[in-house]
Every structure is written in structure tokens, then in C-alpha cells.
Ligand binder design. Structure first.
Ligand code: 6PG
Length: 485
């Protein structure tokens, strides 16, 4: 018997994915650079389904039925390149190499081109959901050719998470489209986490609530519009007590957030596409700030002055403020997602991908880290536009549902941002999202003044509100205006 799918790289993600595939009736060839790992997988889980363990890449490839399809689950970067090379050498035209890691989409575009030139298919596939998702149902974002999707689609559908009866996988677009969308997913994940972090900080420092109490609040929030995986696990983390000290777990963890780079890519890419993803950017910057050990140590010695974080809210008014934070979180979250979808749209335009944004929202409803109830609303909005039931909008914020949601949350949102500033609690993601919203709705922006400054020092010219063309004022001369285009 031959395997209809293979998995290369059997660290936790790879092993779990292989097991998930085997659980769903696939015959799975497995290969790892060091055979001991393959043996461990077989020993511990070999009876869970049909596996064909291979000692060499040649053996692995020979055990696959045609078109041979193999998912690579090794570290992004050089190890992925090396494995792609080895597989491509051993495979034949028509075979399909899938990279299931968090690869940078430009690497995926490059690799797809090189592999296609050799007659094989290369699919960059974003996989979200962590270890648990890989085992029990991830959300998957494959790119690559339509032809490869014909073979790969049914296999991925067999293991994907299911949301509202639909598998959380769709063919995103050609070459790097899948990894691009996964990158933005991670950016949104950063923003979501930062917004939750800011909410926690406001309740903890601002209102003096305990982690247990705040965990209960997140439990409550999880029952409404904010229902999501990240809100759910936030409550779990906040309720956790450290066994060694009996202190809240969150208090014994070093307050320095790590990152592996996908959030940074999202922002770098957004900058080059000129899409203001302010929420995601602030989330990346905040992780960066948390890691500024030298400056934070200096502040511990000679503290920068300012208010101490107490919001000064009476007990009787605390519940109302908690509700205001909930609304601020919801509104900011809408902005962050709107910005993320803007980036996907801009990427699609730049790289010629046809990305169905409604489908993206739909496959994010289950399996992935940012799975959330309100993605239903996002998919509805894009689907309605696609079906001609609703006029196209340039930003999710202009979709009726979200316009109204932000409208009803905005008073609370403003109150929270203003009070945080007065109390000295940093809320970069809350406040930048609010500023973005206010920027979008401003009839006149101070950009006019900036154009004046640019024209003054660099003759960069400006447009006029009352006439087409480009103009320059002779600032160092008689200050009359000339038309330059
Ligand atoms: C997912 C996650 C996953 C990974 C993050 C962590 O969708 O399952 O996004 O890909 O856990 O990349 O990112 P940081 O280490 O950068 O926080």
C-alpha cells in the first residue's frame, strides 16, 4: 500500500499533523532527518492509523502514490530550503511539495517559481492553531496552483477544523497568497493579544482588580460579541495560580513578550504597501518596548515621573468602567481586523492574487488562534458584497454592521483612552485605533500643512482644492504660485 500524503519534519507540529491525517483515513508517509523521532512517533502513536515510516528521503518519496504530495514541517528559512531541494531532487514532475511552516511570503513566491520551473508544484500553506490545532483541526491557508489544490484540497479538508459545518481551509490564491494571508493572520493575532493585554492592565492597575476577578470578567466577555479563543485562554491564564509560590501565575512571569517575526513582517509589508495597520504596528512595538531591558532598568533606578496608573474610580462606578473597557476592546478590535483585511486586499492587488475575503474570514472562524464569533459578521459583509446584496465598501468600518458597532462603542472607547492617558496607563493599541478611526472620519487632515512644509523646503509641490494640477509657491522669492503640472 502507498501513502496518499507524506509529512517531513516530525517535531510537535509535524507529528500532530501526521497523526491528524492518519486519524482521518489518510495513509501517511513520515520522515524526519533523525530517524529516532520517527521511531518515537511510531512507538507512541503508530497504532492510531496507517503510517509508513521512512528512513531516507528516497524511501519516503518511493512510498508515496502519484501525484506524490508531501508537507514539510521544518523550521522556516534555510532548513525549509534544504528540505525542498532534497524533495524536489527525489520527486518527479507533477508532484506536490507543501511548505506548512510560517514562511515569509516572498520566500514562497521565489520557491514556487523555482519549483514550477522544474515541473513540480510548490504550495506555501499557512497553518494556524498551534499544536492542538495541528492534531485536532487547524485552519489552513494554502497558496499554489489550482491544479495542486485539486489533489491537496480533499486531503486538507479531511483534517481541517470545522466551523458552522464548513472545513476551515480554502485555496487562497496562487504562489505566496497563502503565506501572505497567514502572515496577516499573525499580525491580527498580535493586535488582538495587545488589546486584551491593555484591557487587563486597565482593570488591574487602573481599578485594582485581582487576576482572578479579571479572569472572571473575561469569562463574561467571552459570552458576547468578544467570544473568541484568545479571550477564552486569557481567562485560563489569569485564573492560573503558581504552584511554587501560590501567587497568580501572571505575576511570576517576566513581563517581556517574545516574538518570532511574523508580526514584524506584517508591519514591514504593510509599510511597503502603504497600508496603515496601526493596531498591529503598536502591538509589535509594544512587544519591543517590553524587551528594552536597559531602558527599563534605568527607569527602575531613576523613574520617569508621571501618574501611578490608578484611575481613581469609585467602587460604585467600577462595573461601568469595566463595561467601557469591553466596548473599547471591541471597537479597537474591529479597527485591527479592518486594517488586516486592508493589507490582504493591498497584497492581492500588488501580487495579482484573487483573494475571496469572505472565504478568508470563514476559514478563520475555527481552528486558528484568532478564531472569533465576530468573524461571522466579517464574512457576511464580504459575502454580501460578492453576491451583489450590498454595495462594496473600502474598509470594513464602512460596512453597516461595523459602522453601527463602532458608533455605539465609541463614547466608552473615548472615555477609556482619555482616562488611561490621565492615569498614566499605556494603551497604544486602543488609542492608535481610535486615532485611525478619527483620521478616517476627518473631513480635513493636517496633511495639507505637511504638503505646505514639503513644498517650502523641497519644492515637492501640492494640489489645490479648487483646481486640478500640481503647484509650487516661490517661498524664497515673491511667494507667488506657479503651476508645475
Ligand atoms: C498560529 C500561531 C503560530 C505561532 C505564532 C507565534 O497561527 O498557530 O500564529 O503560527 O504560535 O507564530 O508567534 P510569536 O512567537 O511571534 O508570538
Amino acid at each position: 500500500k502507498k501513502a496518499n500524503i507524506g509529512v517531513v519534519g516530525l517535531a510537535v507540529m509535524g507529528s500532530n499533523l501526521a497523526r491528524n491525517l492518519a486519524h482521518h483515513g489518510n495513509t501517511v508517509a513520515v520522515f524526519n532527518r533523525t530517524y529516532a523521532r520517527t521511531e518515537t512517533l511510531m512507538k507512541e502513536h503508530g497504532t492510531e492509523g496507517d503510517f509508513i515510516p521512512a528512513k531516507t528521503i528516497e524511501e519516503f518519496v518511493a512510498s508515496l502514490s502519484k501525484p506524490r504530495t508531501a508537507i514539510i514541517m521544518v523550521k522556516a528559512g534555510a532548513p525549509t530550503d534544504a528540505m525542498i531541494e532534497a524533495l524536489a531532487d527525489a520527486m518527479e514532475p507533477g508532484d506536490i511539495i507543501v511548505d506548512g511552516g510560517n514562511s515569509f511570503y516572498k520566500d514562497t513566491i521565489r520557491r514556487e517559481k523555482a519549483i514550477r520551473a522544474r515541473g513540480l508544484h510548490f504550495v506555501g500553506c499557512g497553518i494556524s492553531g498551534g499544536e492542538e490545532g495541528a492534531l485536532n483541526g487547524p485552519s489552513m491557508m494554502p497558496g499554489g496552483t489550482e491544479e495542486s489544490w485539486k489533489t491537496l484540497g480533499p486531503i486538507l479538508k479531511s483534517i481541517a477544523a470545522v466551523a458552522e459545518g464548513e472545513p476551515c481551509v480554502t485555496h487562497i490564491g496562487t504562489d505566496g497568497a497563502g503565506h501572505f494571508v497567514k502572515m496577516v493572520h499573525n499580525g491580527i493575532e498580535y493586535a488582538d493579544m495587545q488589546l486584551i493585554g491593555e484591557s487587563y492592565d486597565l482593570l488591574r492597575r487602573g481599578l485594582g482588580m485581582t487576576p482572578q476577578q479579571i479572569g472572571d470578567v473575561f469569562d463574561e466577555w467571552n459570552k458576547g460579541d468578544l467570544n473568541s479563543y484568545l479571550v477564552e485562554i486569557t481567562s485560563e491564564v489569569l485564573h492560573q495560580v503558581d504552584a511554587k509560590t501560590g501567587k497568580p501565575f501572571v505575576d511570576i512571569v517576566v513581563d517581556k513578550a517574545g516574538m518570532k517575526g511574523t508580526g514584524t513582517w506584517t508591519v514591514q509589508t504593510a509599510l511597503s504597501l502603504a497600508v496603515p495597520v496601526t493596531g498591529i504596528a503598536e502591538a509589535v512595538f509594544s512587544r519591543g518596548l517590553s524587551g528594552m531591558s536597559e531602558q527599563r532598568a534605568e527607569n527602575a533606578r531613576t523613574p520617569l515621573t508621571g501618574p501611578n496608573g490608578d484611575l481613581g474610580i469609585d467602587d460604585a462606578d467600577k462595573a461601568a468602567f469595566v463595561e467601557a473597557v469591553r466596548q473599547a476592546l471591541y471597537a479597537s478590535k474591529i479597527v485591527a481586523y479592518a486594517q488586516g483585511f486592508d493589507e490582504i486586499q493591498a497584497g492581492a492587488k500588488e501580487y495579482g492574487w484573487k483573494i475571496d475575503l469572505g472565504a478568508v474570514a470563514r476559514i478563520w472562524r475555527g481552528g486558528c488562534i484568532i478564531r472569533a464569533k465576530f468573524l461571522n459578521r466579517i464574512s457576511e459583509a464580504y459575502d454580501n458584497v460578492a453576491a451583489g446584496k450590498q454595495e462594496a465598501f473600502s474598509s470594513l468600518l464602512f460596512d453597516d454592521y461595523f459602522t453601527k458597532a463602532v458608533e455605539s462603542a465609541q463614547e466608552a472607547w473615548r472615555e477609556v483612552v482619555a482616562k488611561a492617558a490621565l492615569a498614566g496607563i499605556p494603551v497604544p493599541a486602543f488609542s492608535s485605533s481610535l486615532s485611525y478611526y478619527d483620521g478616517l472620519r476627518s473631513k480635513r487632515l493636517p496633511a495639507a500643512l505637511i504638503q505646505g512644509q514639503r513644498d517650502f523646503f523641497g519644492a515637492h509641490t501640492y494640489g489645490r482644492v479648487d483646481q486640478p494640477g500640481a503647484f509650487h509657491t516661490l517661498w524664497s522669492g515673491d511667494r507667488s504660485e506657479i503651476q508645475t503640472a
